[in-house]
Design a protein around this ligand. Structure first.
Ligand code: PMP
Length: 439
């Protein structure tokens, strides 16, 4: 009987009466569109630091949450929101200093000509706004994305999210390129393959009389299977698209806010200059705040033609949360931590591959890691069923991760930035033990 994180494997199995009741209520009230994590769904009642707690007081190491990225219920964020809530919570149509202080602080994390910010509530809204700006600026409609991209849920953005499911049929103004799968393409071929795919996509849009507007990319290619690709590989393809008049929208909803290591922003790993950057998830550590940062020339072209108001976007409480997040990233040296602990995890997981034949590839940037499982290292056949078992077995041992990629055979590991070496060791051991039980 194995024991990790205080859990024995016998703690597993069977739903409690409370869990059964919650599942039934959920299905009755919310319907089938909502999907739960894990075969035995987790009933969370409390979060603190890197831990989530269930109703029986058992704790789970959170290696999957990049919303509460700096730690669950971080006291600095809670305090900032509480103070601002007591004082004022209106919206962006009044003069108010908080939004401007936050805008300055946020823009200060970008270099060069990314000098305007606009606020939304969700990453989907941020991408939707970025797309509207790109269409206005270029006069085009054509968009390039990756084959299994996810960018959000608005009508226009769901059409750019083939990973949503079989029901999502790509419209005629969208073209896809291959994600940077260094494991299958070979690291040395990733940049040229990407550039060639972008070239072909632009040519095909033009051939169909569709004017290209934007190339929209998640810098860590999370839904495509956690594919950081070699640093710098994006540069050639992106430059090519920009030379054709397209805007490059860097979707930083996943890789942003120190997730990929020393850089605050994922795109900084590549020698690229986004026209618009979209932000979300960890921006308010759970408070709904998201937005776009862009070049003023591009953003102002939109603003001159149309007014913009988002009732909740950029409200004083959200801005206070956002500011606290930036402060904590700096004061707790989370960029360095993301780099150091991320590197430690990458090494530890890579060592596991010596003992587990099923681990075909281990990759990552900072605290965003992917472990690709295959049934055969020679053919690289995806081991989807096994990945599902590993994820569920880890959950039963109190360590939370998930799986990604078109076939969901890639262990998706996205620990809170507050992880220490001790937490990293628990995670590595949990992967090890779960892999031992899967064939
Ligand atoms: N872009 C990416 C890359 C994402 O992963 C997500 C959310 N998973 C979004 C955009 C959409 O963000 P939201 O759920 O806040 O609308």
């Amino acid at each position: 009987m194995s024991m990790i994180n205080g859990f024995t494997s016998e703690d597993a199995t069977r739903l409690s009466e409370t869990e059964r009741r919650l599942i039934e209520r959920r299905e009755r009230l919310l319907g089938p569109a909502y999907r739960l994590f894990y075969e035995r769904p987790l009933h969370t009642v409390r979060g603190e630091g890197v831990w989530l707690y269930d109703e029986q007081g058992r704790r789970y190491l959170d290696a999957y949450n990049n919303v509460a990225s700096i730690g669950h219920c971080h006291p600095r964020v809670v305090e900032a929101m509480y103070r601002q809530s007591l004082l004022l919570n209106t919206h962006t149509r009044y003069l108010q200093e908080g939004i401007l202080d936050y805008a300055e602080q946020l823009l200060g994390t970008f270099s060069g000509d990314l000098d305007r910010v606009m606020f939304t509530c969700t990453g989907s809204e941020a991408n939707d706004l970025a797309l509207r700006i790109a269409k206005q600026y270029t006069g085009g409609t054509g968009v390039i994305i990756t084959q299994f991209a996810y960018h959000g849920v608005t009508g226009d953005i769901a059409e750019l999210s083939p990973s949503l499911g079989r029901g999502m049929v790509l419209p005629e103004h969208v073209r896809t390129v291959r994600a940077p799968d260094a494991y299958r393409l070979g690291a040395e071929n990733v940049a040229s393959t990407f550039a060639a795919d972008v070239r072909a996509a632009i040519d095909d849009l033009n051939a169909h009389g569709i004017r290209p507007a934007a190339i929209l990319l998640d810098g860590i290619f999370s839904s495509d299977g956690v594919l950081p690709g070699p640093a710098g590989f994006l540069a050639e393809g992106v430059a090519l698209a920009q030379a054709e008049g397209m805007l490059y929208i860097a979707d930083e909803v996943q890789p942003g806010f120190a997730r990929t290591g020393l850089n605050m922003w994922g795109f900084s790993r590549h020698n690229v200059r986004p026209d618009i950057v979209t932000l979300g998830k960890p921006m308010g550590n759970g408070q709904p705040i998201a937005g776009i940062v862009g070049r003023s020339e591009v953003v102002d072209d939109f603003g001159r033609n149309m007014r913009y108001f988002n009732t909740f976007g950029g409200n004083p409480v959200s801005c206070a949360a956002g500011q606290a997040v930036l402060d904590v990233i700096q004061e707790e040296h989370l960029q360095q931590r993301s780099h150091d602990i991320g590197g430690y995890l990458l090494d530890g997981l890579t060592k596991l591959a010596e003992r587990h034949e099923m681990i075909g590839d281990v990759r990552g940037a900072g605290m965003f890691l992917g472990v690709e499982l295959v049934t055969d290292r020679a053919t690289k056949r995806p081991a989807a069923e096994q990945a599902r078992k590993v994820v569920n077995s880890m959950r039963e041992h109190g360590v939370l991760i998930s799986a990604a990629g078109p076939l969901e055979n890639v262990l998706k590991i996205r620990p809170l930035l507050a992880f220490t070496k001790e937490h990293a060791e628990i995670l590595i051991e949990a992967v090890d033990v779960a892999m031992q039980g899967v064939h």
